[in-house]
Design a protein around this ligand. Structure first.
Ligand SMILES: NC(=O)c1ccc[n+]([C@@H]2O[C@H](COP(=O)([O-])OP(=O)(O)OC[C@H]3O[C@@H](n4cnc5c(N)ncnc54)[C@H](OP(=O)(O)O)[C@@H]3O)[C@@H](O)[C@H]2O)c1
Length: 325
């Protein structure tokens, strides 16, 4: 059973928090968690603002500022410091859910805003795609590895204590690009193709559990520099697909492509435009992508839920909590 992770907001109760990448589905969960922990702008004209969300999109900022509880700020599209004034109060605490390689470039901005603490999101892809057959995926793993090192080094140089969280595949059954891409294919074609047994183990982690861990980590001292965040249930890829079929109310039609055929055709298929990652994705269906989140449980109180898709009709399901952008 899912237990609420520990999100006590003790040390930092009154300290403002800034959120980079706040428009994303994980960012929206972070804002909701911070608000639930008591950080809320009740008066948009007050000097003691507490919750700052950043986006590169002027439309998102303009639209979102109409909503209560969060002060939205414009982030420059590049690494330059903003031309608009920074918020008038120091922001000592930061959560970054934007791509990690953009975060190190933003560290001077964070330092100028008074940052002391940063929790940033990387990905277990840093480890799982290191030896991928697809050059694009190996490049992503290398980019994440370099970004982790750079964020930790630069943060140290700026006097900011940084913690990096590495989630496995993130879902919410509404706005994610993992479950929703599979669900979209199933809705369209009524089946899903799998390579061989598709028995590779997966640990999908819910966006709200990632958000909860980020908020909890912000309030803790003495953490390690990195933590893996895997979901609360480990299941074979094939079973994950079956759950998605059931969620959609459809019979589980898995069309198995024999592995030897996938392996033989893979190199040729990979040469076709737009399909470069397909052979690597097919091969991964039979690889275990499993991580121990014990350190995060011990130090942050991370207690992820089992793979749980929202009930149809749930306000979070498809209707969307994201900003209209
Ligand atoms: N999705 C997954 O399964 C998964 C798995 C493991 C880890 N992660 C990590 O979790 C975090 C959130 O995932 P996500 O899929 O929601 O990320 P995302 O959509 O790629 O980015 C999140 C937000 O970051 C901002 N952003 C995007 N590109 C940017 C850039 N070049 N410079 C500055 N800001 C930029 C965008 O906000 P604005 O456009 O409003 O500025 C966007 O809404 C990311 O760090 C991702 O690497 C994701």
């Amino acid at each position: 059973m899912h237990r609420e992770p520990h999100t006590a907001w003790s040390r930092s109760a009154a300290e403002p928090v800034g959120v980079l990448g706040a428009t994303s589905f994980v960012g929206q969960s972070v804002l909701a968690r911070l608000q639930a922990a008591g950080l809320r702008d009740t008066d948009p004209t007050a000097a003691d603002r507490q919750l700052f969300a950043f986006s590169r999109s002027p439309a998102a900022v303009a639209g979102a500022n109409a909503s209560a509880g969060v002060h939205w700020c414009r982030l420059p599209a590049g690494p330059e410091l903003p031309t608009e004034p920074l918020p008038p109060v120091p922001i000592p605490q930061w959560i970054a859910v934007s791509p990690l390689w953009t975060v190190s470039a933003q560290l001077p901005l964070l330092a100028a805003a008074g940052a002391q603490r940063l929790v940033a999101i990387s990905s277990t892809s840093r480890l799982t795609k290191r030896n991928s057959a697809a050059a694009e995926e190996r490049a992503l793993a290398a980019r994440l590895a370099a970004a982790e090192e750079e964020v930790l080094d630069r943060a140290r140089a700026e006097g900011i204590v940084a913690t990096i969280l590495r989630p496995t595949m993130i879902y919410d059954g509404s706005h994610d690009r993992n479950v929703m891409a599979i669900a979209g294919f199933i809705r369209r074609y009524g089946f899903f193709p799998v390579a061989g047994a598709a028995a590779g183990l997966r640990q999908p982690v819910h966006a709200d559990d990632v958000a909860s861990a980020a908020v909890a980590a912000l309030a803790r001292d003495g953490l390690c520099s990195t933590y893996e965040l895997s979901g609360g249930e480990t299941l074979p890829y094939r079973d994950m697909l079956r759950r998605i079929f059931a969620w959609l109310g459809q019979p589980p039609r898995l069309v198995t492509v024999p592995l030897p055929l996938v392996q033989a055709a893979g190199p040729l298929v990979g040469l076709l435009p737009g399909l470069g990652r397909l052979p690597a994705m097919a091969a991964r269906m039979n690889e275990d992508l499993v991580f121990d989140h014990g350190a995060a449980t011990r130090d942050i109180g991370f207690q992820p839920r089992a793979f749980t898709l929202p009930l149809q009709g749930d306000s979070n399901h498809a209707a969307g909590r994201l900003l209209n952008r």
